[in-house]
Design a protein around this ligand. Structure first.
Ligand SMILES: CC(C)(COP(=O)(O)OP(=O)(O)OC[C@H]1O[C@@H](n2cnc3c(N)ncnc32)[C@H](O)[C@@H]1OP(=O)(O)O)[C@@H](O)C(=O)NCCC(=O)NCCS
Length: 165
């Protein structure tokens, strides 16, 4: 998507970010408005929005929440509105997280993903993320997650799956 802009979120974006969370995540996995507000103002977190164009109108297409640790950056949350999916918005946000980790001297980017969601874990593997650990009962009893990690020095690829470049 050529008109896509990635920028740091502002308090005025909160209603749009909350709407994306509600649209993209099950109630048990959403951040509350209070938590989103905290993420925007926290010195150890950052919130990024991807702004794209739909029907001649610019709007927030995707959101990414990062947690900044001493040695790593964790992608805490990543979501793209269904109308914008499949055109590289998610890929651009992941690239931003990796670029930020590189720029600030972190050695890795980490994230958690649903172990059963193979499409998602393969998508992350295309960037160079590798499954590092299984987190048993992470979401609820019997619903496990994988912790994935990208070592900053490993090559960053496209983030596409099914053989597309
Ligand atoms: C995962 C997600 C952020 C990808 O965003 P995107 O803008 O569509 O990503 P890109 O356009 O860069 O890449 C598209 C690829 O994502 C992959 N993908 C990964 N998980 C997917 C999912 N749950 N639904 C649809 N596509 C998904 C597809 O393989 C797709 O490839 P294709 O275009 O060849 O079909 C988006 O699908 C989403 O918001 N999903 C729901 C929330 C979620 O699961 N977030 C991740 C939590 S760790």
């Amino acid at each position: 998507m050529s008109t896509l802009t990635i920028r740091s979120a502002k308090p005025a974006d909160l209603p749009f970010i909350e709407a994306i969370e509600n649209r993209c995540f099950h109630a048990s996995r959403r951040s509350s408005l209070r938590a989103l507000k905290h993420s925007i103002h926290s010195p150890t977190q950052s919130v990024w929005v991807a702004v794209g164009r739909l029907d001649e109108k610019r709007q927030i297409a995707g959101v990414m929440i990062l947690h900044h640790h001493l040695l790593s950056i964790r992608i805490y949350s990543l979501a793209v509105l269904p109308a914008f999916r499949g055109s590289g918005v998610g890929r651009r946000l992941v690239h931003r997280a990796v670029a930020l980790a590189k720029k600030t001297g972190r050695s890795s980017v980490t994230l958690e993903a649903d172990r059963r969601n193979k499409v998602l874990t393969e998508w992350y593997e295309n960037f160079g993320f590798k499954i590092h650990r299984i987190l048993k009962d992470y979401y609820s009893p019997g619903r496990h997650a994988v912790r994935m990690r990208l070592d900053i020095n490993s090559a960053l690829k496209g983030g596409r799956v099914r053989g597309r470049s």
